[in-house]
Write a protein that binds this ligand. Sequence first.
Ligand code: UD1
Ligand code: MG
Length: 454
Amino acid sequence: MPIITPVLLAAGQGTRMKSNLPKVLHPVCGKPMVAHALQAARAVSAEIPVLVVGVGAEAVKSALGDSVRYALQDPPLGTGHALMQAEPLLRGKTDYVLLTYADMPLLRGETLQQLVQTQLSNPGPLSMLTVLRDNPRGFGRILRNTEGNIIAIVEEAAATPEQRNIRELNVGAYCFRADWLWEALRQIPLSAKGEYYLTDTVEIAARQGLPVQATLMDDFAETIGVNTRVHLAEAEAALRRRINEFHMLNGVTLIDPQTTYIQADVTLGRDTVVYPNTHLQGNTVIGAECQVGPDTYIRDTKVGDRCRIFKSVLEGAVLENDVDMGPFARLRKGAHLCDHVHMGNFGEVKDSTLGAGVKMGHFSYIGNAQIGENTNIGAGTITCNYDGANKHATLIGRDVFIGSDTMLVAPLTIGDSARTGAGAVVTKDVPEGALVFGVPARPRLQTSAPVEDK
Ligand code: UD1
Ligand code: MG
């Protein structure tokens, strides 16, 4: 097997984005553009990709770490010059260079695979991807001679009016034979814009009488290159459509795919139904037969099977199976809801575990707490977990009944099967089976009826 090394160009200014963030770090469906481009490259080759960085190099490096090799281009003098910077890393070490631009987040690994296949059977030194389209979006035009052979790529800025009408466009992915490439790059002339265009390698090959092959693509969405925020929105919409179709074909019902926003790494189980205006983000995993939405935001959360999540916001949480929550419930980091938990409207849970079958129906805040099985949290219950300086824990046993509007002043432990009266302010631990009431809460005496505060 020949060695094929992916090289991605990410050193350009990205001027047209008008952004402080390097262009290739702008997210598309939740992941930086460059991460999508790397994913496609990795589907083709096991060689560690080389990323050419320049403007914003430090930010790009800190986003990607050492999962790639870096070559530095400074200053950015064009795409041909950018690829030259990878030569010291690759000369003599690879048979082919698979070159893509890091601003093409929709390009698929399968398509790059086809490009590589084209080049493996090409007697000439390079193959490329092209697409036919009426709206050229500033792409380079493909020039062919009367025999139909590719002889050059002309950039829009340099094209004659006649050339501008050419419908075959340069997508921006190439497979080069390495032993030819490095010398060819040296022959690229300086353009009128003061850049060395990689696209000129096509003309260099043609002049040497060597064939350049093209794989003609039919899916335009895949070829979207992002140069402006308008393109960014187009890429987002196109990738969203692709992601949504993937889930639907896998057995997930999306009531309205147009208003369902699922980021690239989210997974969903079979027969789950997603209602409109739902945002599923980050490393979210949703099980089978769930009902999610409408108007729901879920990020970095693991949801089991058969859960119902209605108009709620969940971040960094875990739901086991058969959990029922919302409307207007909020889970924050470290919330863990075990099987069959019911959480109704206007509840908030943070850094707490609600044991199996816990019911928390209305207007409660639970933070830094552990709650045992089948405990009932009455309306308006608050864990007073913060004393202005530190957070404190609340431990509640199983089968406990917390009366409405109870204030649980942490640190606090409430034993199994204990009860608190409505409006109790509990400042001391409550033993198993006891009932406490009042402000501050105290146990009910066995022998006499509760005495009212004086
Ligand atoms: C480029 C192609 C064009 C093609 C289009 C497809 C050239 C000269 N033109 O134009 O034919 O149709 O992509 O999207 O190649 N970069 C560097 N260093 C530089 C300049 C750019 O690393 O000095 C990187 C950029 O970060 C970017 C990529 O190369 O990821 C492409 O550069 P960009 O300026 O977006 O080129 P286009 O105008 O889109
Ligand atoms: Mg571009």
